[in-house]
Design a protein around this ligand. Structure first.
Ligand SMILES: Cc1ncc(COP(=O)(O)O)c(C=O)c1O
Ligand SMILES: [Zn+2]
Length: 440
């Protein structure tokens, strides 16, 4: 069956269109090294979401992936596409011990009771701690990897042998770096990971074991404002490295596979409607994909127009760094989320004084994928929530103790948003959170 579900990308800022068949379409054609304020989003037909039933979401939901549309457009048969996913997954399993599987998602009775929900309402927890790389991050990166390998096999890559492959590059010292290095190791692709001087030694040790080249990035006197790891990452990309990034403006293909989490949740709910979802936000790709995936699932459940069936989305950040909340407030002055794309510089800029938090994975000074998150909050009648450090700590303690899941404070930060908004949530509401990463 030809896969014409996804036809391509359109930039939400400048309107540029990119056909799905274009290889290496990482960024908007008008995005430059001086101005990354572009946001490609997928153009997708409104076909009801269905899973084939396969446990690996990249197989179960394959025909809804933009990657599947790309691979079909460049000549891979349906059987070849399925075989490629299975082949890469087997390689991941050889490194990780297991490949991609549908992760658990269920009502936590203990957590629901502790928070005073009735039997009708409650808190549903999606557990990503045993996913590939110990977090949801590999979902984003797997579609970039699939794209690369597909382009290579279809003869579209400018390099002629595996030995000439350009290195992958990522700026991260946490879950994204581990996920990226795990996938790179699976296919033997060289990878450079740009980390700050303060990087967690357990993480850098693991990256080394996975064969990644770890590059420490002290701030240089010549550096412009912003994260020096991102500067070094962009220099590497400008010099030919592949942006193996979980930030949409650096590589939009991360926004494809990230949706599998929302698709899984939609199917696992089997018709049960959620009222709210609280999602921890750093760079924003996670929340953007979760919302997008759930909205597509809502269609399958006979929901309203695209996005209309989305539960109220609450993007959660800490007081130490809340640029998304600031952008939400600023966007109101320009007529709200829909108008915000034309006012990027006035709504979103790096948080000046990033403080500390136990939820250190969401301290990105900029919410790179802010536009889709703002749009989803607005369409769903949601809102951003800024939590205190005490909420972050209590959420982690309560969340882990009541579910038995060993998640990090970043991973349970969405629950901190529910604690903060607790008095505004009715006891019979159904609320979802994602415990997105394991404690290290
Ligand atoms: C466990 C975990 N959850 C959530 C996030 C936030 O994802 P995003 O940066 O896409 O907003 C991160 C990011 O590092 C993370 O490590
Ligand atoms: Zn653009």
């Amino acid at each position: 069956m030809p896969s014409a579900l996804v036809t391509g990308w359109v930039c939400g800022v400048c309107g540029a269109a990119v056909d799905i068949s274009v290889p290496f379409s990482w960024r908007c054609p008008n995005s430059t090294s001086a101005d990354r304020r572009h946001a490609l989003r997928l153009q997708q037909g409104a076909e009801p979401l269905r899973s084939s039933g396969e446990a690996n979401p990249f197989l179960g939901f394959r025909r809804f992936l933009a990657w599947d549309g790309f691979a079909a457009a460049v000549g891979l048969s349906d059987a070849d596409r399925a075989a490629l996913v299975a082949d890469l997954d087997a390689r991941v399993a050889a490194v990780q011990g297991h490949g991609f599987v549908t992760t658990p998602f269920a009502r936590s009775d203990a957590l629901s009771d502790a928070l005073g929900f009735t039997a009708e309402g409650g808190v549903w927890v999606k557990d990503e701690t045993h996913n590939v790389g110990g977090s949801h991050k590999a979902r984003h990166l797997f579609t970039i990897l699939l794209h690369l390998v597909t382009a290579e096999r279809a003869g579209l890559a400018p390099w002629s042998s595996a030995a000439e492959r350009p290195a992958l590059a990522i700026a991260s010292c946490g879950n994204a770096a581990i996920a990226a290095s795990t996938l790179a190791a699976a296919v033997g692709w060289p990878i450079r990971v740009f980390v700050p001087k303060s990087a967690n030694l357990h993480v850098t040790k693991r990256l080394g074991e996975l064969g990644a080249q770890v590059v420490e990035c002290p701030r240089l006197v010549s550096d412009p404002p912003g994260d020096p790891c991102v500067h070094r990452f962009r220099e590497a990309v400008a010099a030919g490295a592949v942006p193996f990034s979980v930030q949409g403006p650096e590589n939009a293909w991360c926004l494809d596979g990230g949706r599998t989490i929302g698709w899984e949740m939609a199917v696992q709910l089997s018709g049960l409607a959620l009222d709210r979802v609280f999602v921890q936000v750093g760079g924003g790709a996670f929340a953007a994909c979760l919302a997008d995936g759930l909205a597509m699932g809502g269609l399958a459940m006979g929901g309203l127009a695209m996005g209309g069936s989305l539960p109220r989305l609450h993007a959660v950040q800490t007081v130490s760094c809340a640029p998304l909340d600031r952008s939400w407030q600023r966007a109101q002055q320009f007529g709200g989320a829909t108008a915000a794309a034309q006012h990027w510089a006035e709504c979103m800029w790096p948080w000046e004084l990033v403080g500390d938090s136990a939820a250190d994975g969401i301290l990105d000074d900029e919410t790179y994928d802010w536009l889709p998150v703002l749009g989803a909050m607005s369409r769903s009648d949601g809102s951003p929530v800024v939590v205190a450090e005490a909420d972050v700590l209590r959420a982690n303690e309560l969340g882990c103790a009541s579910t038995g899941i060993d998640a990090s404070a970043t991973g349970t930060a969405g629950l901190a948003g529910l604690l903060r908004l607790h008095d505004a949530v009715q006891p019979d509401e159904r609320v979802a959170v994602v415990f997105s990463g394991i404690r290290r």
